[in-house]
Design a binder for this molecule. Structure first.
Ligand SMILES: Nc1ncnc2c1ncn2[C@@H]1O[C@H](COP(=O)(O)OP(=O)(O)OP(=O)(O)O)[C@@H](O)[C@H]1O
Ligand SMILES: [Mg+2]
Length: 250
């Protein structure tokens, strides 16, 4: 099943075109990795999927991103409704300056849930889902900044999970983390894909190979290849993909 349809997508920052006629079918309940050299447009493409680029006034978009039979840019008047379904996690862990409990319950409280027991229950469930509960259960009222970097990133994933998203977008979520913290996040993402669609930008090709089902290789704002991960890395169809994964790029 297809989760997001991307049709003839083009994107500009001012006069500079950074996405050029992107066409992709993102599959449901799979992990899709987005790889390619720095500046090729990975983050821009990811941000188009939940309209994070809306905030950039000089930007222009053409084409369509279809989610749940709706055009992400045209049919969602209230972008917060879209972002409840399509959550995002960034490169640098960005917990809010508040307690661990308040971080996880933030989205729920923003949605008007005030009942303390309900909040407690969902916070616990979400932290358990993200395998973080045992590490934080005795310090839920401590500042989120008291956690290690890896824990902070898992807290950010937990915060995204608490509102029960259908899709999670992750932009290089492990690039600031050591291999052990990275392995925990990879294990978590593999577990979560039973329940949701995951799209991850990564510069780490080993990571893409380890966790993703499908891989998109981008170069200069274009999709060069989109295949099953194994086949993209073992038998790339395009010479440009081959050069990149063999480290012969540029
Ligand atoms: N807010 C912005 N305003 C103007 N240009 C931008 C903006 N954000 C990104 N760009 C430019 O758009 C192009 C694509 O950037 P993008 O961040 O999508 O690349 P990327 O593939 O994610 O790179 P990296 O791997 O370094 O994160 C780059 O040339 C970048 O300089
Ligand atoms: Mg980027």
């Amino acid at each position: 099943m297809v989760k997001i349809i991307i049709k003839n997508l083009k994107f500009w920052y001012g006069k500079k075109q950074v996405l050029d006629d992107i066409n992709l079918l993102i599959e449901n309940k799979k992990i899709t990795a987005l790889i390619g050299p720095s500046g090729c447009g990975k983050s821009t493409l990811l941000r188009c999927m939940n309209r994070m680029n809306d905030l950039i006034s000089s930007s222009k978009i053409e084409g369509n991103l279809i989610y749940n039979n709706k055009d992400i840019h045209k049919d969602y008047e209230d972008v917060s409704i879209l972002r409840k379904q399509i959550g995002m996690v960034f490169q640098k862990p960005n917990p809010f300056p508040m307690s661990i409990f308040e971080n996880v319950s933030y989205g729920l409280r923003a949605a008007g849930i005030k009942d303390k027991e309900i909040l407690k229950k969902i916070v616990e469930e979400s932290l358990k889902r993200a395998d973080l509960w045992d590490e934080v259960k005795d310090r839920l009222d401590s500042s989120a900044f008291s956690l290690s970097g890896g824990q902070q990133q898992r807290l950010c994933i937990t915060r995204a999970l608490a509102i029960n998203p259908d899709v999670i977008l992750l932009d290089e979520p492990c690039s600031a983390l050591d291999p052990i913290a990275t392995a925990k996040i990879e294990k978590l993402l593999i577990k979560l894909k039973d329940e949701m669609t995951i799209i991850i930008v990564t510069h780490n090709m080993h990571q893409a190979r380890r966790i993703s089902d499908k891989t998109i290789y981008m170069l200069d704002g274009k999709v060069i290849e989109y295949s099953e991960t194994k086949s993209l890395f073992v038998k790339p169809k395009n010479k440009l993909t081959k050069d990149y994964i063999n480290g012969e790029f540029g």
